[in-house]
Design a protein around this ligand. Structure first.
Ligand code: MRU
Length: 367
């Protein structure tokens, strides 16, 4: 994706010091562009836990690089310290399955290495491969998903296709392109007029802060809306298509995504609006079948609900919105049952949200 006109990824190795991983500190966006250096596993764990980086794909890629940094910290070729680094990374955020997937992939990759040098070289290569694959999967999601937008565009020539999205399943949530945004960028880049309704996505406002910013950087027309607006827009024919991302999708097609996604899916069903979920295969949890019963839902601090933050006189500030002694609950994600989902847009194509269709597309991964 373009930032100030230059193609940029969300994570990379320092160009002159490969022992440093560089990320964009997303807490400062959209107001400040801050690049952060990560030099050890502990800093990587903090960056994931405190959401300097966030979004399923980017969490996975960051964990991959974190395991590479763990090999630089290792004193010998025993895998014990790497396993323990992996456990500490896995414990940072529970819902996005990409995190555990990347850690386990690194541990499997280094398991047959016989020297520390080989372990380090393998972990570095694997981290880069995870990042490259994430970017490529998202690019392909764009190629497949853009057909949905084009088909709608053919039926309403001269007017933009209105896509609603929730949270940030964009470039910033992955290494490049994004999942939900990839078809949107592909449509925009190829001249299909598209306009995006951006849910603000309280409490952390990833839609208002991140999705609105990245769509703006890429020149995609968009409108920010308060979280509860989607149903009204759908009732009035102003949403042609919903595309969201996911942090974990079961083999039966149940989708965990940012809190509030389920309500959008219900409204979409009630109004006959197609509701699609875009994901790379790294976001499938092949072991889980019942999303509501099995997917762990992250609960975060109540202060995120009670406070809002933003730019004030050039300084990033937090303000208390609710009464200071009001108890608040902060569930990070909800699960949208497969029956409410029109289809899954993956790097291999679009399938239905059910076990037969998913496993037919991914027989090698589904087991
Ligand atoms: O809590 P976050 O910001 O890490 O949540 C991730 C998300 O932005 C969404 O749930 C997203 O739609 C799926 S991640 C590709």
């Amino acid at each position: 994706m373009n930032v100030n006109g230059t193609h940029t990824r969300t994570i990379w190795l320092h160009p002159s010091n490969p022992a440093i991983v560089q990320i964009i500190d997303q807490r400062a966006l959209p107001h400040k562009w801050v690049i952060e250096d990560l030099t050890c596993v502990e800093e990587v764990a903090t960056a994931i836990r405190e959401m300097h980086v966030r979004g399923a794909g980017l969490i996975g890629a960051t964990a991959g690089y974190g395991m590479y940094l763990a090999t630089l910290e290792a004193k010998n070729e025993s895998l014990e310290s790497l396993r323990s680094a992996g456990e500490s990374l896995k414990a940072t955020r529970p819902t996005a399955v990409n995190l555990a997937w990347a850690v386990d992939r690194q541990l499997a990759a280094v398991s047959s290495c016989s020297s520390l040098e080989e372990i380090r070289a393998t972990a570095k290569k694997t981290a880069q491969t995870i990042a490259d694959e994430d970017a490529e999967a998202c690019r392909k999601i764009g190629e497949h998903g853009v057909e949905l937008i084009r088909k709608i565009a053919e039926k309403k020539p001269g007017t933009p296709v209105h896509v609603l999205t929730h949270c940030n399943a964009g470039w910033l949530a992955f290494v490049d392109y994004g999942s939900a945004t990839a078809p949107i960028y592909a449509a925009h880049d190829s001249g299909t007029p598209v306009h995006v309704w951006v849910d603000e996505t309280r409490p952390r406002s990833q839609g208002a802060k991140l999705t609105a910013w990245e769509l703006g950087q890429h020149g995609v027309p968009h409108t920010l809306i308060a979280d509860n607006t989607g149903g009204h827009l759908m009732q009035h024919g102003q949403v042609d298509l919903v595309i969201v991302g996911t942090d974990r999708t079961t083999r039966s097609g149940d989708v965990a995504n940012k809190i509030g996604t389920y309500l959008k899916a219900l409204a979409a069903k009630d109004n006959g609006v197609p509701f699609f979920v875009a994901l790379p295969s790294s976001s499938f949890d092949w072991k889980m079948k019942d999303g509501i019963k099995e997917i762990p839902i992250e609960e975060r601090g109540s202060e995120e609900v009670k406070y809002a933050d933003g730019l004030c006189d050039g300084i990033l500030r937090e303000v208390l919105v609710a009464p200071s002694n009001t108890p608040a609950a902060n569930y990070g994600f909800d699960v949208t049952p497969a029956r409410l989902i029109s289809g899954l847009i993956t790097e291999r194509g679009i399938c239905e949200a059910n076990e037969a269709s998913i496993t037919a597309l991914f027989p090698d991964l589904a087991g």
